[in-house]
Write a protein that binds this ligand. Sequence first.
Ligand code: ARG
Length: 561
Amino acid sequence: MHSKLEEILTKAFKKLDYEIEAKVIKSKENNVDFQCDNLFGLAKEYHKAPFMIGEEVVDEIKKMDDFSLYFKSVEVAKPGFINMCVSDRFINDSLRNLMDKDMLGATLEDKTIVVDYGGPNVAKPLHVGHLRTAIIGQAIYNILKFKGNKVIGDVHLGDIGTQMGQVIYAILRDFPNHDFETINFDLDYLNKVYPEISALCKEDEEVKAKCLEITKELQDGDPNYKILWQKICDISIKDIKRLYDYLNVHFDLWYGEAIAYKQFPEMMPFIEKQGIIKEDDGAKIIDVSEKDDKVQIPPLILQKSDGAYLYATSDLGTIWQREKDFHPDNIIYVVDARQSMHFVQVFRAAKKAHIYEGSLEHYGNGTVNGPDNKPYKTRDGGALKLESLIEDVKNEFISLREENKNMAKEDLDKIVNAIIKFADLQNDLTKNYIFDIKKFSEVNGKTGSYILYSYLRINKLLFESDSKLSENIYNEADRSLRLKLLEVSMVIDQAAKERKPHYIAGYLYELAVTANNFYEVNKMSEASENEKNDYNIILSYNNFVLKTLLELLGIEIPKAM
Ligand code: ARG
């Protein structure tokens, strides 16, 4: 519908010798469906009053033979908008057309895209800071896949950083005189020992130096440390997987920085050959500043003077590996916005070194904040474990109603997921938000529970039928729902193009509100046979759209709530 309207307007502009691609948006005014705001721009360019141009365009459109096929009315409004009301016939034809098409009418794409989301560090438990990248990344993954792309999700574990040296240091201390093969420890041990040593390193320079030395030797391939490293990875990754599984977050690849390190023997000589490496106090650096920079972009440090590699080097190695394995068109990173500078450096270095010619995109997510509007912390100042947050939401939801206590575990988990994810995904990914458990758990309001509840309530009314949609539109509530449904393909396309799932979340809420209103006004129980058929078709399609979009956001629907 939308693109057809733009086509009609563009044609009219062209006939009048105005060169412009018309843009049509939904109108917020009563009794107006769509509007076009292009007149102001044209007025400047052609030195005419916007209203005058508007009158010419409206006259032109009214001359169309099939005007009444598309419109109820087209008018120019002061100071310079073209207001359009579409015909019922146009609505129904478009809706039938949409329902016949797969993929909710979204356009198709055919790219190979790597999505890098997650980025947890092995040996450390997942905390609230890991929530957004996982949820947003998975939604972007789902959306791009839905659009037909070949999408590869990579968790990109931090599995070779200093925390590994610290944990190995602790193991050597706690299991002296052991054969490396026989040393045995479990997750509880890791959870206890990592914070302990990490705190110790802040106080004790000697321990810190020792841990760094172990890290370096591990990175250089020390076979004994390698054995311990593998054990740490096995235990820790199993636990990380368990939590991601709970959140319905899945990765095609469980690669880590260690895999990037394997690329260095091939990648480093290649970069050397490009002649872009400079020496700085024994370190190898790449100058990535550009003359138009508004802020200073520091050089990327490729290798320290002691030969150690850094975070940026590992990201370059990962790009090298991805290019070799998949030759992707795009590599998308969903990583905390506070790492933006890192990605500017890495992306520029990758181009400068000719490691990768495709598109590198960082979507820097905001933080999940506590009531003080600072990144969520526990009372003792540590990061809140993801598991605790999930528990808190679960308990809050259970406490809402007596019936919730006896809910099937599977359903409860789906609802907890919906609450957490919808709370997150309704915000533009770049924004921070305050995690307000009470507000997010409520069944009324812009919440996951509300959307699920709307879906389930409508689902109870639906019946099997192969009747076709009639030409009728019964009332304003009905008309609004049909128009709302017609927006779906545009919303998906926009979310995919901008990599922003919040468009879908916002639309889901509007759709649920509109459908609930339809349901209140058009009662199935009081409807005639013909009305019932039409209501059933509209509401079935509504629920199909709700369900598909929820799936794109990684939200599953419980059997009951
Ligand atoms: N492990 C990193 C951290 O905790 C995040 C990794 C993000 N992904 C990447 N390709 N750099 O900060």
